[in-house]
Design a protein around this ligand. Structure first.
Ligand code: ARG
Length: 484
């Protein structure tokens, strides 16, 4: 138990990044970097018009800028709840949003456009009533389609909607004009409808409680507008993404093997995209390993309390607590638990997501491990305990030396099963925008609009991990048998 505490302490220090001292105040910007040319990821870095503007303003105001990527439907909430200072994400100013946050002066005029496939029969916006339309969840495109056309299909980001359109899963995508142009340029099989659906203005969102920042930011932004600097930044990223789109569009081939080869290159080699998988894999391993340890710790403790209470009638209160824990954890989905721990339990504190995931999956796994081990303890013949006691061992000693080791051996296959489930279950970590293995594949997918290679690669890596884990468990089982 002591070691477990030390381990946890070490983890907390590790993930809180020690106690770095910094003089300059931090400015935390949140965004959803799937929206070229406003914000996108290039060589593992978030770049684009928005980060560039905020970077320059932050520098002039004497802040150290930190950028956090998250789902678009959370960026405004992040500012509103004080988790971030500023949201810069191609955000359209709307009346609803004005109730939640303050907006800076607008910096861009925008509109919503419709993307369809080249071979589609749809020629203008009036023909959208009876076709399936994809949007990015929580955007003004989403609101517009929902209110004026029909219930849309909501994707977590625009590139995934475009990929679905490309694959023939939906018939149209409604999205802001500039990203739409980039997407269409990258995919020669897509085209834009001529008219726009809306007229919009983008601005940066700042908390209602932070009037000082709003004022300072506006002053800098107006200066940038006047001097023509703003215009230059916008031009620069429009040109850069347009050139990048042409480069991606070049990865199309006529022959089957030619296509396989260029898809492979585009998805993994170009811009060193394989790094997304490597980084994700590391997080998946980290989360699995530590939550497994926590799960075993909790599992053993709960199992021993429960079976002691059953057999001796003692520890009734602890037993009750354990029962409540088991009921709640086994009665609710792990994703929901993860979301609750992230947004509710640690809602107000800035805590590393990997640590959140370790805690959530550890607590979850503990419940299953507990019942597996309890089953093991129950399966040991009562005579074993009696023999231990009559040899003069205490109850705890008999548990520790006689019952638990035998129980452990019996439940090893079931435990192995639980560990395999745990490893694969961590794939829902993407719900809190954590970059695990599955999310790594998603990031690639959102950059290349290809589903095949990123998904297959992720599946193959999980399979390899599970096979390794199974063979390790097999070896352990054999060792234990030999020791008998
Ligand atoms: N302008 C739209 C809105 O405010 C879409 C913004 C999406 N931004 C993004 N970075 N994905 O709702």
């Amino acid at each position: 138990m002591k070691y477990l505490n030390l381990l946890l302490l070490a983890l907390v220090i590790l993930f809180s990044g020690g106690c770095k001292e910094e003089k300059k105040p931090h400015l935390l910007m949140v965004t959803n970097a799937t929206f070229p040319p406003y914000e996108y990821v290039e060589k593992q870095e978030i770049v684009g018009i928005d980060p560039e503007i905020v970077r320059i303003v932050a520098e002039r105001l004497g802040y150290v800028l930190e950028i956090k990527d998250m789902n678009f439907d959370s960026v405004i909430a992040a500012v509103q709840t004080g988790k971030a200072h500023i949201a810069a994400s191609g955000i359209t100013v709307t009346e609803e949003r004005k109730k939640q946050v303050n907006f800076t002066v607008p910096y861009v005029i925008a509109e919503q456009l419709v993307i369809v496939r080249k071979d589609s029969k749809i020629q203008n916006c009036s023909e959208l009533k009876n076709v399936s339309i994809g949007v990015q969840h929580g955007t003004t495109g989403d609101t517009y389609v929902t209110r004026n056309i029909r219930e849309p299909e909501r994707f977590s980001n625009a590139p995934l909607a475009v990929a679905a359109l490309n694959a023939g899963k939906i018939d149209a995508v409604v999205i802001d004009a500039e990203p739409a142009k980039v997407f269409v340029k990258q995919r020669p099989q897509l085209r834009l409808l001529p008219e726009a659906l809306t007229y919009e203005e983008y601005a940066f969102a700042i908390s209602k409680n932070n009037k000082v920042l709003l004022k300072k930011f506006n002053a800098e932004l107006l200066k940038m507008k006047k001097s023509g600097e703003l215009e230059r930044i916008i031009r620069h990223f429009k040109d850069a993404t347009s050139a990048g789109a042409d480069a991606n569009a070049a990865y199309v081939s006529d022959t089957f093997w030619g296509q396989v080869k260029s898809s492979f290159t585009l998805n993994f080699i170009k811009d060193r995209r394989y790094i997304y998988l490597v980084d994700g894999l590391l997080n998946t391993l980290l989360i699995t390993f530590f939550s497994l340890l926590i799960g075993i710790g909790i599992g053993f403790t709960v199992a021993i309390i429960r079976s002691t209470a059953d057999q001796t009638g003692k520890l009734q209160f602890l037993n009750l607590l354990c029962k409540v824990y088991l009921t709640i954890i086994r009665g609710t989905p792990v994703v929901v638990q993860l979301l609750i721990i992230y947004f509710v339990v640690f809602g107000a504190v800035d805590i590393d997501k990997v640590l959140v995931a370790i805690i959530a999956f550890g607590i979850n796994s503990g419940a299953y491990v507990a019942e597996i081990i309890r089953g093991g303890i129950m399966s040991i013949d009562k005579g074993q305990m009696e023999a231990g006691r009559s040899l003069g061992l205490s109850y705890i000693q008999s548990m520790r030396l006689i019952i638990v080791p035998q129980a452990f051996k019996n439940v090893l296959p079931a435990l192995g099963n639980e560990f395999i489930v745990l490893l694969k279950e961590t794939s829902v970590a993407g719900y809190i925008a954590l970059h695990d293995l599955t999310k790594g594949g998603d990031i690639i997918r959102s950059q290349t609009y290809d589903a095949f290679f990123p998904l297959i690669a992720v599946a193959v890596i999980y399979l390899a991990l599970v096979m390794m884990l199974s063979s390790l468990l097999g070896m352990l089982e054999k060792r234990l048998k030999r020791n008998e």
